[in-house]
Write a new protein. Structure first.
Length: 672
């Protein structure tokens, strides 16, 4: 097994003029000539403590010497082409080498071991990169993951076959932060999955021929037209002691079959599940099915009110309402009103977002949907990731009492209050519709923070869980997740940022003429969210996951229709207030808390064009600060409204009590 050097497809090659741009952050680079006996080195870098020097001389090798003695300490031979640059990082933690093979490698100068390798490749665009760890873990851009592969003998193993165990989203950051990586066996020890061939199909029975190749017999998954039919077809048919055998699966009258051409695909895994086959396909022609006009099913869920009110969210119910308007307009124009079925499930609707209600909606759709139909699913609310290395993503329903993922170690809470991606797979497998779209606009936890622009991590397991759902359902998915409730609701637009981007796309910029094309809407939204999130920590660039096959339309919107789609105007953002009784040098009346509670309530009511964020700072935000005295049952306060660190307005308020004080703040804001 080639466990350290990925190969590129013939049409993708390493960049010849590799840029060392990712190393520009590191200081302390020295370039001078260093003599170690009879050899003059052209490239060199001295360690910050001046105890070591790394050198290279126009080949693919680098050497590390002890400066005082000239003793050779390490000899690096991992590049396949000439080393073009090398250096120690300014803190001395790493040695980094760059090469014409299109990679740079990070080494530990204390052990000489390789830490991480980065590859960048030429292609149609710049989104082709791979990070590799010596233990076989990898992270890669979406396009690179499709193009890269490993080899074991003559066997080609694509990255997609290994990703369930060896893909670590955010691998670079994890290694740099010295976070623990999953505990899995090295790639050199992998055994191959069974070889699969498909025999002649008679009476819609699929003969699946399996030949064992050292890795035993694992799950045998079957897909019809890109959608998983069964996760494991082995059953009692399979004898693990045989070197070759055939199992059978009938697709007679299966709801995923459509009139005409159907693709049947089989993927077999090794017994330990580490390697899944890339899939063997056949075409099954079926002319016995009656053609029908497609229908559109929309399941739009916005959870804002929870069983525990302390984790409530402001945006999801209104966001669900806005998405309903946009999707209904487009779908009715394309599919017709009688063929458009929209289920909006939120606290603003008669159908509340409990787990039972959501499950019943999918069950109802499953009774009428057919393979030609489209199903559109939108989720807005809290989400958590739970389950260790092979974690699942859970969308919290209105039954939830906690948004802390640690609470969900209780299986009863997970079963009753949340829907996992595995459960969504089971819901969707009952629905025959083959054209599927899911938008997830979620936040990861309910924790409060002081500094809204602090960086916060998003669980990489969440990305993998959603990716597994895409693989099993053949669904287009875009997931725009925030690290927590505060970052999620930090949008000056009063909407989840992914929701805002989707609505903006549907209003025109993301349309293909007047047609709502799934790929174009998602692609526009993925690029737009980082722009909208500028200054907000904890907002992930949306993860866009696409199945094999082309995109499709989910609506038609003319100019008049687009104007009906609600899109919020930017709001004035207020952060925590500060008040001080000048006589006591303390806020003994708790006016700061009273003003913040008032702003928070008004933010929810949407009466004023403001949004309150429960934090001390936020870029270009406003705050209400003041000093006061409290004598003879009278509050006399001097108030400043400060925006972007400038005093915008000054007021003096005289009030009889705290309630009267808040009412006068109300009047001030009403007149702004």
């Amino acid at each position: 097994m080639n466990a350290t050097k990925p190969k590129a497809r013939p049409n993708v090659s390493p960049k010849k003029n590799f840029e060392f741009n990712l190393l520009s952050q590191f200081l302390g680079y020295h370039h001078f000539e260093f003599d170690v006996p009879d050899v003059r080195y052209q490239l060199s870098s001295l360690s910050p403590d001046e105890q070591q020097i790394v050198v290279a001389s126009g080949s693919n090798e680098a050497k590390v010497f002890e400066v005082s003695s000239g003793k050779l300490i390490y000899h690096f031979k991992d590049h396949s082409n000439t080393i073009t640059e090398l250096k120690y990082t300014s803190d001395g933690r790493y040695i980094i080498t760059a090469s014409l093979d299109g990679s740079f490698i990070m080494y530990d100068p204390n052990t000489g071991k390789q830490i991480l390798r980065y590859f960048e490749f030429e292609g149609e665009d710049d989104d082709l990169w791979v990070h590799l760890h010596p233990d076989g873990f990898f992270d890669a851009s979406e396009k690179a993951m499709e193009l890269m592969y490993w080899t074991k003998g003559l066997e080609v193993i694509e990255f997609s076959q290994l990703k369930d165990r060896y893909w670590v989203p955010g691998l670079w950051q994890k290694v740099m932060n010295r976070e623990p990586l999953p505990n899995v066996q090295g790639l050199d020890n992998l055994e191959l999955q069974p070889e699969v061939t498909i025999g002649e199909v008679l009476n819609n029975v699929i003969p699946i021929n399996l030949t064992e190749r050292g890795g035993g017999y694992g799950k045998v998954a079957i897909f019809i037209n890109g959608k998983e039919v069964i996760n494991d077809a082995r059953g009692s048919q399979l004898d693990p002691n045989l070197s070759a055998q055939t199992i059978y699966y009938s697709v007679e009258n299966h709801p995923y079959l459509k009139k005409g051409r159907n693709i049947i695909e089989v993927k077999a895994s090794s017994e330990d599940g580490f390697v899944q086959g890339k899939g063997v396909s056949i075409v099954l022609q079926n002319e016995d099915i009656e053609s029908v006009e497609p229908s559109f099913y929309g399941v739009i869920i916005g959870v804002g009110e929870y069983a525990n009110a302390s984790i409530n969210l402001k945006f999801p119910p209104q966001d669900a309402k806005a998405i309903t308007t946009a999707i209904t307009l487009g779908a009715e124009n394309l599919f017709g009103k009688e063929k458009t079925h929209i289920y909006t499930i939120s606290s603003l609707e008669n159908l509340k977002p409990t787990k039972n209600a959501i499950a019943q909606v999918f069950e109802e759709i499953s009774t009428t949907a057919n393979a030609e139909d489209v199903i559109f699913v939108y989720l807005s609310g809290h989400g958590i990731t739970w389950g260790g290395e092979q974690a699942d993503f859970y969308f919290l329903t209105s039954d939830a009492v906690s948004a802390d993922k640690n609470a969900y170690s209780d299986s009863i809470l997970r079963r009753n209050n949340a829907i996992s991606t595995n459960e969504f797979v089971s819901y969707l497998k009952k629905v025959a519709a083959l054209k599927q779209v899911m938008i997830i606009d979620a936040c990861g936890s309910g924790k409060a923070i002081d500094n809204l622009i602090a960086a916060r991590d998003i669980d990489a397991s969440q990305i993998k869980a959603i990716d597994r759902m895409k693989d099993r359902t053949g669904m287009f998915i875009i997931s725009g997740c925030a690290a927590d409730a505060v970052s999620y609701e930090a949008s000056e637009y009063g909407q989840g940022l992914l929701t805002y981007a989707v609505l903006e796309a549907i209003r025109g910029p993301g349309l293909e003429q007047d047609r709502v094309d799934v790929f174009k809407i998602m692609n526009y939204s993925r690029d737009k969210v980082p722009e909208l999130a500028s200054g907000i920590g904890g907002i992930q660039k949306p993860q866009m996951l696409m199945p094999k096959g082309g995109s499709f339309d989910i609506g038609i919107l003319n100019v008049g229709d687009r104007e009906k789609i609600p899109l919020a105007a930017p709001k004035i953002i207020f952060v925590q207030s500060t008040f001080l009784n000048t006589d006591l040098i303390a806020d003994n009346l708790a006016l700061s808390d009273a003003v913040d509670k008032f702003l928070d309530a008004e933010s929810s009511k949407k009466r004023f064009n403001l949004l309150f964020l429960d934090g001390k700072s936020y870029p270009n935000s406003c705050k209400i600060n003041g000093t006061y005295t409290n004598k003879s049952n009278e509050i006399i306060a001097n108030i400043n409204i400060i925006c972007s660190d400038n005093v915008e307005e000054r007021f003096e308020i005289t009030a009889s009590n705290v309630s009267d004080f808040i009412e006068k703040i109300n009047v001030i804001l009403a007149n702004k």
